[in-house]
Ligand binder design. Structure first.
Ligand SMILES: NC(=O)C1=CN([C@@H]2O[C@H](COP(=O)(O)OP(=O)(O)OC[C@H]3O[C@@H](n4cnc5c(N)ncnc54)[C@H](O)[C@@H]3O)[C@@H](O)[C@H]2O)C=CC1
Ligand SMILES: CC(=O)[C@](C)(O)C(=O)O
Ligand SMILES: [Mg+2]
Ligand SMILES: [Mg+2]
Length: 332
């Protein structure tokens, strides 16, 4: 088993006198800025424009400033702008003000692993990668918990990079759960693979396809939504809390038999083979290359994908069903 670092294994000491610049105030940026501030650390929020993120940061009690001002006035720079934007922010707003002994920190290894950012040897480069969406990182922390994270060191100029990574993980709340060490390569490749075939790509397509099959066969969309999409949360919650065995024990014998047989028929060896192709594409750098090219064209696949999902029948039905479901959800 990998070593799991918990609260008592980490101390804020290596960073408690440092000023931390959080660049970006989106999904992760907001969570990190708030959690680190609540942990007693000195946090500056650096943003490119006085837009929406700027207003949100202000309403959370920060005094957001332009990126270069945050960089000039900090010791630790955390990149929480989108992956495709990080190298521009690095080149234009960080490099001109980078001082020896500063820290460059990431929440995902993409830019370092694929060499889009190549920092000088005289800085520490490390990562704290929360294994959950930003709003959950904030919500769990505020309720006294934390989302697990991975930490990795790419460059250890100070000799203290790992201790600082653990300190930030602690301030984020991650050591309240547990933190495991990884490398930039391992985190990047597994994270991309997980979100593509499983968490974001796979699960969404699985649910939507099952929904469509039922609707096309003439069943009411509301019934199809309950069955193929809405109930997924309860099944996943059971897996999250009690493992596959716990989930299987909670469903009927009929579901177990049907699940064991049809599950392997649908998600078959051919699907596994294609998952391996997806992994190969990530490992070879082809996916990164393609995503950069797509982004530079204005990300049409993203724009169209969002539109297609938003306008889909399942999403329209979902708005109504979610209202019903959320009404019944216990308030915690
Ligand atoms: N979303 C998540 O839950 C997770 C994200 N990460 C990583 O965290 C990092 C940040 O990702 P998110 O929080 O999803 O970012 P995001 O998409 O929520 O946006 C972050 C911020 O960047 C700003 N921004 C957007 N476009 C910009 C541009 N062209 N120039 C300058 N600023 C711009 C936005 O205004 C916002 O303040 C990425 O490295 C990502 O891989 C890691 C784990 C989970
Ligand atoms: C939330 C998360 O961990 C993801 C899916 O990897 C991401 O948002 O990049
Ligand atoms: Mg992830
Ligand atoms: Mg990711």
């Amino acid at each position: 088993m990998a070593k799991v670092y918990i609260d008592k294994d980490a101390t804020l000491d290596p960073i408690k006198d440092k000023t931390i610049a959080v660049l970006g105030y989106g999904s992760q940026g907001r969570a990190w800025a708030l959690n680190l501030r609540d942990s007693g650390l000195k946090v500056l929020v650096g943003l490119e424009r006085e837009g929406n993120s700027w207003k949100v940061a202000e309403s959370d009690g920060f005094n957001p400033m332009h990126t270069e001002d945050a960089v000039k006035n900090s010791d630790i720079v955390i990149f929480l702008v989108p992956d495709m934007v990080q190298r521009y922010v690095y080149r234009e707003r960080v490099v001109p003000y980078l001082r020896d002994g500063m820290d460059l920190v990431f929440a995902h290894g993409f830019n370092i692993h694929y060499k889009l950012i190549e920092p000088p040897k005289t800085v520490d480069v490390y990562m704290i990668a929360p294994k959950g969406p930003g709003p959950i990182v904030r919500e769990y922390f505020a309720k006294g918990g934390g989302v697990p994270a991975l930490v990795a060191v790419h460059q250890n100029y100070s000799g203290k990079a790992f201790e600082k990574a653990l300190a930030i993980a602690k301030a984020l709340g991650a050591t309240r759960a547990g933190v495991i060490e990884t490398t930039f390569k391992e985190e990047t490749e597994t994270d991309l693979f997980g979100e593509q075939v499983d968490l974001v790509g796979g699960i969404t397509q699985l649910m939507r396809t099952a929904f469509q099959v039922l609707v096309e066969a003439g069943y009411q969309p509301e019934i199809a939504y309950y069955e193929t999409i809405n109930e997924m949360k309860m099944i996943v919650d059971l897996i999250y809390e009690k493992g596959f065995t716990g989930m299987l024990k909670a469903v009927s014998e009929t579901a177990k038999y049907g699940g064991f047989t049809a599950g392997k028929y649908v998600i078959n060896e051919d699907v596994k083979k294609r998952m391996k192709e997806v992994l190969d594409r990530i490992r070879s750098g082809k996916f990164a290359e393609e995503w950069i090219e797509e982004y530079n064209k204005g990300a049409p696949t993203l724009v169209n994908g969002m539109k297609e999902v938003e306008n889909s029948l399942e999403e329209q039905v979902g708005r109504q069903i979610r209202e019903i479901s959320l009404r019944g959800k216990p308030k915690s």
